[in-house]
Design a protein around this ligand. Structure first.
Ligand code: AMP
Length: 118
């Protein structure tokens, strides 16, 4: 069972922000911004590649609520989902990073010279 499924079923603890029947939001263990929340569907979905429009609809309003609850809705924030190896996805359970609380830097390549791409 993946680590996020273990959080869903209570086997692993999490610093919870908000939860409803379908989704959970909890603080990232290794925050990359003053506010760094992970939003997951309770039902296991490997990544964005497999998500349905129905789940996306619920995720959208849930993420909007989370941004309000953590106080970053007006100041601004970033919503990211990493997909697969090149996307840097480490946990193979769909999750959205909701990052805010400070001005965020933009963009990087992990191990390549950017001039090779443009
Ligand atoms: P990704 O690289 O997009 O798969 O992101 C996985 C994220 O999960 C990373 O930012 C980790 O810090 C975070 N993470 C891993 N395990 C836990 C956990 N038990 N509770 C909260 N966040 C976690």
């Amino acid at each position: 069972m993946c680590i996020f499924c273990k959080i869903v079923n209570g086997e692993l603890p999490a610093n919870m922000v908000r939860e409803n029947d379908d989704f959970m939001a909890f603080h990232d263990l290794n925050p990359k911004a003053p506010a760094h929340i992970l939003v997951i569907p309770k039902l296991h979905v490997d990544s964005f590649n497999e998500v349905t429009p129905e789940t996306m609809a619920g995720m959208t309003s849930f993420i909007q609520e989370v941004a309000k609850v953590v106080g970053i809705k007006e100041s601004g924030y970033r919503v990211i989902t990493n997909v697969g190896d090149n996307g840097g996805q480490e946990v193979k359970h769909l999750h959205w990073h909701v990052l805010g609380g400070a001005k965020l830097a933009w963009g990087h390549f992990a191990d390549a010279d950017t001039k090779d791409f443009f």
